[in-house]
Design a binder for this molecule. Structure first.
Ligand code: ARG
Length: 295
């Protein structure tokens, strides 16, 4: 019996060629890092923290960004604001315009004016918010579209507001697992340059953790991003989705080994940076990184 020719041809799916793009980031050295209150399930004030270790781990991320050719700006850390290291929550910036956060919890409230001052003094068109929102923690730009998370921190009204501020389509997504309370703990944007749903089945514009979302949001993600990488629970639990990508290099938790493999298969270059100390505050690589998109 002869086998039909079609079944003997091995299916080769070539990983696409990726391109690294130079980024401009805002970071904040965790000089005052500790865990003195609980506003997410990861934070346990009874567990000791080591500020020197947090600074050393953060420094590795900072140095790596420089080595990869990115430009990194710094904001002065304020005493009494141990969470200020998580600059992703400090705003959302597109085209030289910065939408300022309004924090859900009073413990972080004092960070907002500091970030607003930083944006103003660095020439950004700075927009004060009316609605509760936690910046790039809950807003992710993919192509022309803003993916916006709600359920724990940023409100649904802030989704409308961010859409008005930037004149862009906003896709609202509902987070349902308290451990993944910000959108950037559940979705990693891998290739923000390409428009939504462009590219072939291997394109993989984003990666996400399906169980962090309710059923309607999972359906939206599936329809918009049929090519997405679906992360395992194990990779999600070590904050694997909290990653920073330049379109080729993807900085991830070294514990997210399955995700690293998925990235390699799609032509990305995963690089591990261990921020275990900062995970005690419920944050990782992306949380410590705010993208400053210029005009
Ligand atoms: N302790 C901080 C908080 O709960 C962590 C913020 C993490 N940031 C992020 N973009 N996911 O607000």
């Amino acid at each position: 019996m002869t086998t039909p020719a079609t079944s003997t041809v091995p299916v080769t799916t070539e990983a696409p060629v990726r391109t690294a793009h130079r980024r401009r980031y805002l970071m904040c050295k965790p000089e005052h890092f500790t865990v003195s209150y609980t506003i997410n399930p990861w934070m346990e004030p009874a567990n000791p923290t080591n500020t020197a270790k947090a600074v050393a781990q953060w420094q590795e991320l900072y140095d790596l960004y420089q080595k990869l050719g990115h430009e990194v700006e710094l904001i002065e850390p304020l005493p009494g604001f141990p969470d200020m290291v998580y600059t992703a929550n400090g705003g959302f910036v597109i085209g030289g315009r910065a939408y300022v956060p309004r924090f859900r919890f009073e413990q972080r409230g004092g960070e907002a004016p500091a970030f607003a001052d930083w944006f103003r003094s660095h020439g950004f068109d700075t927009v004060e918010p009316r609605e509760v929102n936690e910046g790039e923690g809950d807003f992710l730009l993919v192509g022309d579209v803003i993916l916006a998370g709600t359920g724990f921190r940023s409100t649904g009204d802030s989704h409308r507001e961010v859409g008005e501020v930037f004149g862009r389509e906003v896709v609202s997504l509902n987070l349902v697992d308290p451990r993944f309370y910000h959108l950037d703990t559940a979705i990693a944007v891998l290739d923000p340059v390409e428009g939504v749903a462009q590219g072939g089945p291997e394109h993989a514009t984003i990666a996400y953790l399906p169980h962090a979302f309710d059923e309607p949001s999972r359906r939206i993600l599936h329809e918009r991003f049929p090519d997405a990488i679906l992360a395992s629970e194990a990779d999600g639990e070590v904050f694997g989705m909290n990653a920073a990508s330049d379109g080729y290099n993807v900085i991830i938790s070294p514990r997210a080994t399955g995700f690293a493999q998925q990235l390699r298969e799609r032509g990305y270059n995963p690089i591990g940076v261990d921020l275990s100390e900062l995970l005690l505050g419920g944050g990782g690589i992306k949380c410590c990184t705010l993208e400053l998109r210029g005009a």
